[in-house]
Design a binder for this molecule. Sequence first.
Ligand SMILES: C[S@@+](CC[C@H](N)C(=O)[O-])C[C@H]1O[C@@H](n2cnc3c(N)ncnc32)[C@H](O)[C@@H]1O
Length: 283
Amino acid sequence: MTTTGPGPDAGAGRYVDHRAANRANWDDRVPVHLASRFYDVEGWLDGRPGPRAREVRALGGVAGLDLVHLQCHIGLDTLAWADAGARVTGLDFSAPAVAAARDLARRAGLEARATFVTADVHDAVAVLGAGRFDIVYVSLGALCWLPSVDRWADQVAGLLRPGGRLHLHDVHPLAWALADDSRTVEHTYFEEPDPFVADSPATYTDAVRPLIHTRSFEWNHGLGEVVGALLDRGLRIDSLVEHDWTVHQRFPWLVEAAPGEWTSPPGTPRLPLTFTVVATLVP
Ligand SMILES: C[S@@+](CC[C@H](N)C(=O)[O-])C[C@H]1O[C@@H](n2cnc3c(N)ncnc32)[C@H](O)[C@@H]1O
């Protein structure tokens, strides 16, 4: 399924351009990521590690549950939940990402439990249906691509069944506010209408070739704004944890404390780099 037509801000004529630029940037990243050591697709297919232990602790058993992964990219995180027994739907606006996810589902023998849909996250309820999911799952690097956390939260609340849960693990807004190469604050911590503009041929993984569509647009959302948007739509916050680690060398000054866990160097001030929210739609 593919959504077409103007974006949610078509009247303003701004987000449409941002979204087109971001989608072209993400389309370019797909073949780079598929070939990267960071995603290690062949290793994933061989090892099938399943969902992360801390996420399993947070969500418990998912066998037989309906889980939707918003902004699923190439689908590895989505398929990990299918391996744990969930019926999964991954949604992403990048058609090459969705094609890659479908291919990985086929190669993993998970097509019967995994559906992938090409659509903008703001169209998720319209495309997938209201109140259909036990779990909305959102993994690292999602909210920054969206201009309004309120509009995102509308989709989350609309997708969940009463009693259904959100699991959100994302980059901490303080980390988004920092300059790339120093610990100084360069960007707004709070949501603003105007995005940050990035212009880089690089992505966050190792890369065999540079990106062609280098410009992308990102928005920050303060932690209180994220939590407030969920509370306003009838979700109860079950837990909120700020983590002092992230999964790649987001800043040159980070050190790898454990495989795939990058933190502030010992003896320097610890900063929150990612956060997790688990929330329930109150029946
Ligand atoms: C950093 S990736 C998420 C990665 C995922 N956690 C993983 O590691 O595979 C962000 C994803 O958001 C998608 N995306 C960005 N804006 C979107 C939008 N408005 N609607 C749907 N997907 C979007 C991109 O195509 C990309 O696949």
